[in-house]
Design a protein around this ligand. Structure first.
Ligand SMILES: Nc1ncnc2c1ncn2[C@@H]1O[C@H](COP(=O)(O)OP(=O)(O)OP(=O)(O)O)[C@@H](O)[C@H]1O
Length: 366
């Protein structure tokens, strides 16, 4: 099975006024000077999945300055043998809309067509900073296994926001809480069980032969006491009302879960590993994710690796490229120097991005 973006078109997307790329499914090595528009290009690919993309940007931020007109990303993709067209756009002042094969659909529908995983420089401190980033990282892995996860997360968050408003307003009438807690319990139990299942699959997909990345060695820790039975979770929310009201927010549930990793051979938690090692841990998890999907015969994810190559030593870089090629992944990789991708030879498609007067220019080199 294969999953790849075969054509990509951007209009008024950040520094790209109009750009079109023809892609052949090989990894894509994107090089060019600082500020040329390389990250902007792969951010467009990240918007072929539900949510705000790899920069978590609002639609108005993406609109090309100075015009600030609407923007559009159009892509032709091949997923599990079938071609699809995805178009996502935002008119000026509006939120983004999505069409798949000409039909307007909710954003969450994207997860059923294409799986996209990314590593970006802002994730360098993922293991150290707040749990929210780690939950988001885990949820992307879950989404790749279980596209229904996006709906559960949206349902849960929406009901929780309403419950939190009641708590803040000091509403005591049990009647108002019942229905919201029921919805949170249904969605929350589904989230908890999908996350646990995904962690098991990631652990099972660790590669014993891999040496450059510590996958065989990685123990994922998932501190979360959310019950997987909706009824038990509903009872938990009801029992917590008084304490939650004092805090002004919901104190239990899957929105409080965390993810950590222990590098067993070294005996260190991810947050205590070196910067490069922390990056290697994230790469390991993404590769394990791709392997797990391949193991069940599913389409692998498209990877977006922003400025990853420059941070790896030569041995790890070569190992990453070998693994990407062995798994048949379409990985979009950026770096300032074309030499960073030399070890890929003709196994990758090369793209140069430059900038003239604030407008990005793209050159498809092969
Ligand atoms: N909405 C926008 N309209 C126009 N230009 C934008 C917009 N948002 C960002 N830019 C410009 O895009 C450029 C950054 O592009 P990008 O982040 O893709 O660079 P890059 O090639 O990845 O560079 P680096 O190697 O430094 O990471 C900046 O010059 C920035 O001002």
């Amino acid at each position: 099975m294969r999953a790849a973006v075969t054509a990509l078109e951007l209009s008024h997307f950040r520094s790209h006024k109009r750009a079109r790329l023809a892609l052949d499914g090989r990894p894509v090595a994107i090089h060019g000077p600082n500020g040329a528009g390389k990250t902007n290009l792969i951010e467009a690919v990240s918007l072929l999945s539900p949510g705000r993309g790899m920069r978590r940007a609002g639609a108005e931020e993406i609109a090309r300055r100075p015009e600030r007109l609407g923007w559009k990303v159009w892509a032709e993709i091949e997923a599990e043998g079938a071609p699809h067209e995805i178009e996502t756009r935002a008119e000026a002042g509006q939120s983004r809309s999505v069409q798949i094969d000409g039909k307007t659909v909710p954003q969450v529908a994207l997860a059923r067509v294409l799986r996209v995983l990314w590593l970006v420089p802002s994730m360098d401190r993922l293991w150290i900073e707040a749990a929210e980033g780690r939950r988001r990282f885990l949820d992307r892995a879950v989404l790749s296994f279980d596209p229904g996860h996006a709906e559960s997360v949206l349902d849960y968050e929406k009901a929780m926001r309403e419950r939190n408003r009641l708590l803040k307003d000091g509403v005591r009438d049990a009647h108002w809480y019942g229905a919201l807690e029921g919805r949170m319990a249904q969605a929350g139990a589904a989230i908890a069980s999908a996350r646990r299942a995904a962690i098991e699959r990631l652990m099972a997909a660790q590669d014993e032969t891999e040496t450059a990345f510590p996958t065989a060695d990685l123990a994922l820790a998932y501190p979360d006491d959310t019950p997987e039975e909706a009824e038990a979770l509903r009872a938990g929310f009801a029992a917590m009302r008084a304490r939650d009201m004092a805090a002004g927010r919901t104190l239990i549930g899957p929105h409080r879960a965390d993810l950590d990793a222990l590098w067993r051979a070294k005996g260190v938690a991810a947050r205590d590993a070196s910067t490069g090692e922390q990056k290697a841990l994230l790469i390991s998890l993404i590769l394990a994710n791709a392997r797990a999907l391949a193991a069940q015969g599913g389409a692998p994810p498209v990877l977006l690796l922003d400025e990853v190559a420059a941070h790896l030593d030569t041995r790890r870089r070569a190992a990453l490229y070998d693994e990407i090629c062995a798994l048949g992944l379409q990985a979009f990789m950026t770096g300032t120097e074309p030499g960073l991708f030399d070890a890929l030879d003709d196994r990758a498609q090369r793209i140069e991005v430059t900038e003239t007067a604030g407008v990005s220019q793209i050159r498809n080199e092969t």
